[in-house]
Ligand binder design. Structure first.
Ligand code: ADP
Ligand code: ASP
Ligand code: MG
Length: 427
């Protein structure tokens, strides 16, 4: 009997009808002779609604209590799903993250998995039951507290269980047909990708394509878990995320040349801070970024201008998550005298567009083509950064939608038919 781990996202279990529909699908998989472990997210936009609620009682909610609150969302869906399956005449048992042995560090809100001991899940499977596990949550042994893995973390729960239980495949069920060349909500002509290399998927996820949690992609790659992203609303084949380094990863062995560009992603979650008038002497960047690091912010892009000869002063700009900006501004302001800069600028109206493709390694001119296409679309570039297989640019936030469509077309990624989004609010 082969073991399949299936993860259902919030939009796939948004209401009672959806839960019943998903229950049927799970029972079919079980009746086809597979052992099944299911990971569920909270119903619909429950997590966002709980976050809003927390914000109404405290501007900065206590992290421990916030995790306690948010994990309630997945508890609701796991119990309802187990009831629906039982009602179809099959055995099912639901488990919280801690019951399922998801052991994490103590970092509330972004805990990392340190051990997976799914003893009770295995026992349920041995009894022939379908095991339902609450996604996105874990337990720290030292503090004895409940933790969460970060937004979108149910994907990672599913992959970690698939690895620990030696599952054949980890299926990620969502509200679109798989991984597309761009977000189908923003680019109607986005095309579904049948197979994508894990390194490209990692870059897309890191660049804002939220269809997969980046840590799920990393975990799957490290533990050799096959990921299959597909829709819970039909039986179409979705997208397989494969590791080119693994023997046999190329499937039928066809020496098909991969396309140069895999896809394009956008991210509106970052802000830009500019430190104006920094003395252009050794040690100033170190001083600034040590302060930034101390405030716990994750820096993305950094740009330093050429200093003006007359003043010997330069400007340093960097991008970071919007949610980290206020703390960083406060920290830098308090050290202004010591660092010796003139002023700080904060801009939260930026958007980032990233073009991703392993073929960039061996093809020159991709950046020139990108910049030309942006120019022709009338989009101004404010910052640029590159990796081996990615080029990212920062633009005005209100231009990002227009820019991503133009770039998608310019790189020949447009598909024939309009991409379908089956559910969800895109929140
Ligand atoms: P779930 O609730 O199932 O986890 P998410 O909302 O986290 O679903 O992820 C699915 C969404 O990801 C899609 O509805 C789509 O809008 C968005 N998305 C962004 N980029 C892509 C992409 N390249 N391919 C597919 N979906 C994408
Ligand atoms: N419910 C959590 C969230 O909305 C986890 C998840 O859906 O993956 O982020
Ligand atoms: Mg998700």
């Amino acid at each position: 009997m082969s073991l399949i781990v299936q993860k259902y996202g919030g939009s796939s279990v948004a209401d009672a009808e959806s839960i019943k529909r998903v229950a049927k699908r799970i029972v079919q998989t079980r009746r086809a002779g597979n052992a099944v472990v299911v990971v569920v997210s909270a119903m619909g936009d429950t997590t966002d609604e709980l976050l809003d609620l927390a914000g109404q009682v405290a501007p900065i909610p206590a992290p421990r209590e916030l995790d306690m609150l948010l994990t309630a969302g997945e508890r609701i869906s796991m119990a309802l799903l187990a009831m629906a399956i039982k009602n179809l005449g099959h055995q099912a048992l639901s488990f919280t993250g801690s019951q399922a042995g998801m052991i994490t560090d103590a970092q509330h809100g972004s805990a990392r998995i340190v051990d997976v001991t799914p003893k009770r899940v295995q026992e349920a499977l041995d009894e022939g039951a379908i095991a339902i596990v609450a996604g996105f949550q874990g337990f720290n042994r030292v503090t004895g507290d409940i933790t969460t893995l970060g937004r979108g973390g149910s994907d990672t729960t599913a992959v970690a269980l698939a690895a620990a239980l030696g599952a054949e495949v980890c299926e990620i069920y969502t509200d679109v047909d798989g991984v597309f060349t761009a977000d189908p909500r923003a680019v109607p002509k986005a095309r579904k990708i049948s197979r994508i290399a894990s390194e490209e998927m990692l870059e897309l996820a890191a660049s804002g394509a939220k269809v997969l949690h980046i840590r799920a992609v990393e975990y799957a790659r490290r533990h050799g878990v096959t990921l299959h992203v597909r829709s819970s609303f039909n039986n179409h084949e979705g997208t397989i995320v494969y590791n080119p380094a693994e023997p046999g990863a190329d499937g039928n062995g066809d020496p098909v040349e991969e396309p140069i560009i895999a896809g394009v992603a956008t991210d509106l979650s970052e802000a830009k801070i500019t430190v104006v008038g920094v003395p252009d002497v050794p040690g100033k960047a170190a001083q600034i970024f040590n302060l930034v690091a101390k405030s716990g912010a994750n820096i993305d892009m950094i740009v330093q201008n050429v200093s003006a000869a007359a003043t010997g002063l330069t400007d340093i700009s960097f991008t970071l998550p919007k949610s980290d900006a206020q703390t960083v501004l406060t920290t830098l302001t308090s050290e202004r005298q010591d660092v010796g800069f003139q002023a700080l600028q904060h801009d939260d109206q930026i958007g980032k567009l990233s073009l991703v493709g392993a073929g960039m390694r061996t093809n020159v001119g991709v950046s020139a083509q990108l910049f030309t296409a942006l120019y022709e679309a009338g989009v101004n570039i404010e910052m640029i950064s590159t990796s081996e297989i990615r080029i990212s640019v920062v633009t005005r936030a209100d231009q990002i939608q227009h820019a991503v469509r133009a770039i998608h077309t310019a790189f020949g990624l447009d598909g024939e038919a309009e991409a379908i989004v089956y559910a969800g609010t895109g929140r």
